[in-house]
Write a protein that binds this ligand. Structure first.
Ligand code: FES
Length: 142
């Protein structure tokens, strides 16, 4: 049994008795390995007695689950309506320019900070009222 199978087996065992265990398992696998790849999907499907298609359908539906690990730091930038109204589209280019290939700019749709946008998230940190300078600095420090 591989290390991947062992660790995912532990995660499945931790959540198996919960109602709707698939999402918590996927979140834990994503957190542990940085992705939910095809091999992980296969192990989870077998562990929950689901088809691989059922697991893949959930994985591919949610943007939080990645099919492959990406070691770059991530800056999540909200491009939903309230942040658009507050100017995210005018400064997203500055973030992308500062990011280059080193930082991944990920679009999300609402961080729950609508009245204080434009908003972004890095890890567990939330950033509000971003402008050209602050979003550039945020990306550079990611
Ligand atoms: S619309 Fe951007 S935080 Fe809600």
């Amino acid at each position: 049994m591989s290390t991947l199978e062992l660790k995912i087996g532990e995660i499945i065992a931790e959540h198996r008795t919960k109602e709707g265990p698939l999402l918590p398992i996927l979140h834990d696998v994503q957190h542990e390995f940085g992705c939910v790849d095809a091999e992980a999907e296969k192990i989870i499907a077998a562990g929950l007695n689901l088809s691989r298609a059922e697991v893949h359908g959930v994985v591919s539906f949610y943007h939080d689950f990645k099919p492959a690990a990406d070691p770059r730091p991530v800056v999540q930038v909200c491009r939903a309506e309230a942040c658009k109204a507050r100017g995210i589209e005018a400064i997203i280019g500055d973030a992308e320019k500062a990011a280059g290939e080193r930082v991944k700019i990920e679009t999300v749709y609402c961080l729950g900070l609508c009245s204080a946008g434009p908003a972004a998230r890095t890890g567990d940190d939330l950033h509000i009222r971003l402008d050209s300078q602050s979003i550039t600095r945020l990306v550079e420090e990611a």
